[in-house]
Design a protein around this ligand. Sequence first.
Ligand code: SF4
Ligand code: SF4
Length: 352
Amino acid sequence: MRVIKLKKDNLFPFLEVISEKADLWAPVKKGDKHVFKVVDDFSKVELNTTRTILPPRKIFLPQTFSMFNISEKGYEEDFSHVTKKILFGIHPCDIHGLLTLDNFFKQDYLDPYYLEARKNTLILGLSCWPDEYCFAKSTNTHIIEEGFDLFFTDLKDFFLVWIGSSKGDDLIRLKPEFFDENLTDKDIQTYIDWQTARDNAYKWSINFTALPDLMELKYRDPLWEKLGDACLACGSCTNVCPTCNCYNIMDKQFLGGKDGKMIRYWDACTLEEYSEVAGGENFRKKRADRLKLWYTHKLQAYISKYGKPSCVGCGRCIVTCPVDINVRTVGKALLGEKEDAFWLRFNKEVTK
Ligand code: SF4
Ligand code: SF4
């Protein structure tokens, strides 16, 4: 992979040039958090973010979109959500999230709505620094070697730019004078020092190797009932997880009854209606059973199929769940450690 250098001052002018080719999405501030948004004022692009509220999945599969337009003449596929895009500022864990979705949406039945959006979006990754919720080092998703067109490692005075595809190389060729092909020994040492410091900055870890077996061994453990009793079934953990992919579809008929649309929208296995079938039967009426399904996917099933968890260590479920049920609470409890906020509160409540 070719690696070149970009002076800090040249980043925003470079983004401005390439954004003439497509909508540029980047992290910007929203209150005290960050979101991915289409940007035209580059001074608003945030370089020192941790996680965005929603993962980049929303750029490829919006929360709601039309799959088909229906009229008296028949139906036609609707790809209006697919436009040329450049996604800048995506971190390694979220690129791993997209690679996880790629596996899912390419298996058995190809999902054209996702795959077309992927084909039309260039990925410009950006390095990051872990906060107290990140644990991407435990899932080995803090480093990335594929899945991007360009990747920018922020080394304070300059960026190392890793060229991951010919499309990425084409972007560089739009402004070659911004870049420097010559890396010095000092530049390389700066990178090594940065990488060591970043790896040491992770504040906690979890042993994922043991979790698939523990999901089986503790499938009937009372811990699931305790988690189920506390869960609000709000679905927020699913909405924020970069690897969640469930959806539902509904027909929408317009007034007059002749035209309509088939709408696809995000769904969540933590919601009660998710497992309801015709006739009103519900195979996972209990919250505990629904949580068990979610965590089976994250910690066990995907590992048996693809050799890695479908958790990329982004920490979004940790910062989002209103009752502190998250991959740390559950993973640590499976490992026999119940020391986080949920279990401390739970233990306090039962000893009252
Ligand atoms: S399970 Fe939680 S930490 Fe893991 S990828 Fe999903 S939201 Fe991120
Ligand atoms: S685990 Fe938390 S975020 Fe997920 S559905 Fe339950 S209460 Fe909501």
